[in-house]
Every structure is written in C-alpha cells, then in structure tokens.
Design a protein around this ligand. Structure first.
Ligand code: AMP
Ligand code: ZN
Length: 138
C-alpha cells in the first residue's frame, strides 16, 4: 500500500529521485539528506507502514537482515569504525517522517556525535524499577 502524501512512498517508489545505494523489490536504501555522519543511510520499505507497530513481523525481520548486510557494506566502503542503528517510532521518540525507516549511522573517531547518539540515564529507585519489572515480566 502507498500513501499519496508520503515522501518516503515517493522516494522508495522512485517517483522522487534519491541517492540510492541499494534496491530490491521490497526495500530501497538511500543516503540521508541531512546526515549525522558520512554515509548516514536509511532503509526504507517500499510498502507504507507508518512505524514499527504497523509493520508485519516478517518484514521487520527482513529489515534487520538487510541492516546486517548494509552495515558490512558501509564499513567496507567507508572504513567507519563502528555504526549505530536508530529507528524512531512516534513523535515523542523523534520520528519526523511517518513511513517506517531505519537509520544506519557510520561512526568515526571524532565525528562530533559522541554525546548525541546516546541518552541521559534515569535515576530510578529500587521500588520504581520493581514496578516496571512487574508490568513487563511474563
Ligand atoms: P526520523 O526523524 O527518524 O523520522 O528521520 C527522518 C530522516 O529522514 C531525517 O534524518 C531526514 O534528514 C531524512 N530525510 C527527510 N527527507 C529526506 C529526503 N528527501 N531524502 C533523504 N532523507 C530525507
Ligand atoms: Zn509512505
């Protein structure tokens, strides 16, 4: 399914040109227009899913397999020293384009993102941690 108002539907379908570094019948991998580092790429499914919640499990599994392959490819070609995978779901989580995509962000020593691609640590009491654990344990 495509959404006619969605920029990533248009990019993944080839309607809007992009710097495509990989394509198959299910996915397109492009360079991010506003990269965090050199080689910052996005895996975009051709099918429109707003986010991970909407995506079938099988498709999500194939995204991860492609991420694994692309991580090797980016590292081999760009000689990055590491790589972050980021995948935002919902505005509160920083999502700005509401068509599922996975960020592949090559990392280099001194790339200026040392303090960006991580989070502040929450100070939770033992009781609070226990309360969360009780909601989640199966
Ligand atoms: P997110 O904040 O996870 O929704 O990420 C959206 C990403 O899409 C950002 O990193 C943008 O720079 C990138 N982006 C938006 N429009 C384009 C475009 N036309 N071509 C390539 N990347 C884009
Ligand atoms: Zn879309």
């Amino acid at each position: 399914m495509k959404d006619s108002n969605c920029i990533f539907c248009k990019i993944s379908g080839g309607e809007i040109p992009s710097k495509t570094i990989y394509e198959d019948n299910e996915f397109r991998v492009i360079l991010d227009i506003s990269p965090a580092t050199r080689g910052h790429a996005l895996i975009i499914p051709k099918e429109h899913y707003a986010n991970l919640y909407e995506m079938p499990e099988e498709a999500a599994g194939r995204v991860m397999m492609l991420a694994k392959r692309m991580a090797g490819y980016l590292t081999e070609r760009l000689h990055c020293e590491g790589l972050n995978i980021v995948q935002n779901n919902g505005e509160v989580a920083g999502q700005t384009v509401f068509h599922f995509h996975m960020h592949l962000i090559p990392r280099y020593t001194g790339d200026g993102n040392e303090d960006k691609l991580c989070w502040h640590h929450l100070e939770l009491s033992a009781e609070e941690l226990e309360e969360i654990f009780n909601k989640l344990k199966q």
